[in-house]
Design a protein around this ligand. Structure first.
Ligand code: AHM
Ligand code: MG
Length: 337
């Protein structure tokens, strides 16, 4: 029987073979995975653990927080504070950055996360997840501790990115820049086991994911693209398309990694000053890198997401990602204007 490869073994072997995972980064990834296991336990217990429902508070973006948003955020912070691998963290659920307390050693990395993505699905038992992104702390000239500006690096500077999906299985998907690997949580062993390596997204697809209820608010290029998909065989694309919308980015992206597709959360007219709904640093950057590492593409309609220079921590962005040829088509409809 083929030997099972745990996440620890995978990381150790990567570290040995090409040096792409320095030991602090390896520790960081193991700690994040351990935190995800703990979040997965809480998600699993649901009503029995008293974790469902609203926390009756709002985050910095004015969104009502669920109890699990706060629990997941705390689990990630507590797990990551003491190991000596991090300098600071930033989260979708916290107004400002969280420095590693002085009583612990300071590490070289910055960790950003959306602790519980797909919050609207928590109480209805639909897949949700944790998304994370790792940056190197810049050698700064400001002579002070870590500041928010240290986090404002383009997505192409990430040194690791991943997500953990809490669905029928709990699955961790990871990239350190040499392809995408997937690990499934073995609950009996309590460890993540490698179940797929070098994941590739097919370049073509017949499946799109978008919240159709916003259709009347979209800009022309998105109207055109979706209109052509909906026209099916009789339309300009000459084929029928299928649609899926889970309303958890982790779950929609995971499906695209497994079988292809295009995911969009575009700019729309409701709040024209907002670039989009999703957050650049916690959602779009890590997912875009994973998708690119799997042979897909990711843009904001016009530009590669990973090349965008962030102006603030909680910046929002329009997102088009997935099967390469389809993303290029949507992007060409925007740039043709
Ligand atoms: P969240 O991080 O607060 O859960 O919000 C992000 C989520 C994404 O996972 C998902 O793609 C999108 O919001 C769904 O939005 P909508 O409810 O408009 O369909
Ligand atoms: Mg989210």
């Amino acid at each position: 029987m083929a030997q099972k490869i745990s996440l620890t073994r995978y990381l150790v072997e990567q570290q040995r073979s090409d040096g792409s995972i320095p030991s602090q980064l390896r520790l960081l990834l193991e700690v994040v995975a351990r935190a995800c296991k703990s979040i997965s336990q809480a998600v699993n217990k649901g009503a029995l653990g008293g974790v469902l429902g609203s926390a009756e508070s709002e985050n910095v973006q004015g969104e009502v927080q669920k109890k699990l948003d706060i629990i997941a955020n705390e689990v990630l912070i507590e797990a990551n504070e003491w190991g000596g691998h991090l300098a600071a963290m930033a989260s979708e659920e916290m107004d400002s950055i969280h420095l590693v307390p002085n009583r612990y050693p300071q590490g070289e990395y910055l960790l950003l996360f959306d602790p519980l993505d797909g919050s609207s699905n928590i109480d209805v038992n639909v897949s949700i997840g944790t998304i994370f992104s790792v940056l190197k702390k810049p050698e700064n000239g400001h002579g002070q501790g870590v500041q928010e500006s240290d986090f404002l690096q383009a997505g192409n500077k990430q040194v690791a990115a991943g997500y953990c999906i809490y669905g029928p299985q709990t699955t961790l998907v990871l990239t350190v820049g040499n392809g995408v690997a997937m690990f499934t949580l073995d609950r009996e062993q309590g460890s993540f086991i490698l179940t797929q390596e070098d994941i590739q997204i097919p370049a073509d697809t017949k499946e799109f994911a978008i919240n159709m209820s916003n259709q009347r608010h979209w800009a022309e290029p998105v109207q055109r693209y979706i209109g052509e998909c909906l026209a099916g065989k009789e339309g300009p694309r000459g084929k029928d398309f299928n649609m899926r919308w889970i309303a958890s980015m982790v779950a929609d992206v995971h499906r695209i990694l497994m079988r292809g597709g295009v995911f969009m959360y575009p700019w729309d007219k409701r709040e024209p000053e907002k670039a989009g709904k999703l957050r650049l640093m916690y959602e779009a950057n890590p997912m875009s890198w994973i998708v690119e590492q799997a042979g897909g593409a990711a843009t904001n309609g016009t530009d590669r997401i990973l090349d965008l220079a962030p102006n603030k921590l909680h910046e929002r962005v329009a997102v088009v990602l997935g099967s390469k040829n389809e993303v290029e088509r949507v992007t060409s409809y925007h740039t043709a204007l």
